[in-house]
Design a binder for this molecule. Structure first.
Ligand code: GTP
Ligand code: MG
Length: 312
């Protein structure tokens, strides 16, 4: 392991555990302990260290390697900590990401446009480009018409400006496109449990991540992936496979900034009132655009539901 003359070295955090982290230093996995100050953390943050963080390490007097400093983050994917009822604590899921892949399934669990938009808002509020992956495209076709056709869903999100890929593990549909989209980048797989995040990585990269059949009683996943798994990609880049998540209040997002997370709202033009929240105000350009279908009605609906959950 290379250590410079001051005894310091830099690396990327691949895994965070209580009081410790696994850090990649020039391709070598180093287990490092957190310096005291980093361990306790600021009161408003659950974890001071997140997967993807660039850190400076140093050797302590003994054999231990210490994480000494977390270098400034390019971005962070953060939500309000679900364990904190007052909603005052930030939980950083990952840092320094190139892309967030919002993975959902056409069926089992069934496609939920509200959920997709919540995930896209989380990505946009972190200013991280999003890719929509609609998996299990084979299932909806067999189920016979309950879910909208994959073509409609993908077409809608593409028309809004998102990159969107339809995939299927058993048929191989879209897998080459997804592989190309992931190559050379650090991506985070975000989506509900059971949609096939781990299965996609297994088939794309010949891995053996744990997967579990979706319960037939509830059609919901069972949270098979327990922590964030760092998967190195052949030829460069990595993917973070995270446990399925459902509730994700984005950190730091308020009512006034939500509309910026909907690209088609930004294109709708200016409303009469500068502080318009697009919920029935006179002269609202977003509502006018929705009437003319430049803003799909279902997106306005998602916006309003998310708006109701956000602080002023
Ligand atoms: N029909 C069909 N089934 C799939 C597809 N992809 C995954 N599955 C199945 O869906 C179930 C759940 O897959 P997982 O890969 O464990 O899902 P996950 O998103 O990683 O779930 P968590 O780790 O709990 O967040 C498994 O039984 C998979 O075999 C697909 O494209 N089509
Ligand atoms: Mg999984």
């Amino acid at each position: 392991m290379d250590i410079d003359s001051s005894g310091a070295m830099e690396g990327t955090v691949r895994q965070v555990m209580p009081g410790r982290a696994v850090v990649d230093v020039a391709g070598e996995a180093v287990e490092a302990h957190l310096r005291g100050g980093l361990k306790q953390g600021r009161r408003n943050s659950v974890h001071l260290l997140a997967v993807g963080d660039c850190v400076r390490l140093r050797r302590s007097d003994g054999p231990l390697v210490l994480v000494d400093e977390v270098l400034p983050r390019r971005n962070e994917l953060a939500r309000v900590d679900v364990g904190d009822k007052r909603g005052l604590r930030k939980q950083v899921l990952a840092a320094n990401l190139d892309r967030i892949c919002v993975v959902v399934s056409l069926d089992k669990p069934s496609f939920n446009p509200r959920g997709v938009d919540r995930f896209l808002v989380l990505a946009a509020s972190a200013e991280i480009p999003a890719l929509l992956v609609l998996n299990k495209c084979d299932v909806g076709a067999a189920a016979g018409g309950e879910s909208p056709a994959p073509k409609e869903i993908l077409g809608l999100y593409r028309s809004l400006g998102y990159e969107a890929i339809g995939t299927s593990v058993p048929t191989g549909e879209g897998l080459e496109d997804l592989r190309a989209a992931l190559a050379g980048r650090l991506s985070f797989l975000l989506g509900p449990s059971g949609v096939g995040k781990s299965s996609l990585l297994n088939v794309l990269y010949g891995l053996d991540l744990r997967t579990t059949a979706v319960s037939s009683a509830t059609s919901k996943g069972v949270h098979t992936t327990a922590r964030v798994d760092w998967v190195d990609l052949p030829g460069g880049g990595a993917v973070l496979d995270a446990p399925g998540i459902r509730s994700i209040p984005p950190w730091g997002l308020d009512q006034g900034s939500l509309a910026f997370c909907f690209p088609e709202f930004r294109r709708a033009g200016s409303c009469r009132f500068g502080d318009c929240l697009h919920r029935g105000e006179a002269g609202c350009a977003v509502e006018a655009a929705a009437a003319g279908s430049q803003v799909p009605a279902q997106r306005l609906e998602s916006y309003r539901r998310i708006l109701a959950t956000l602080p002023r």
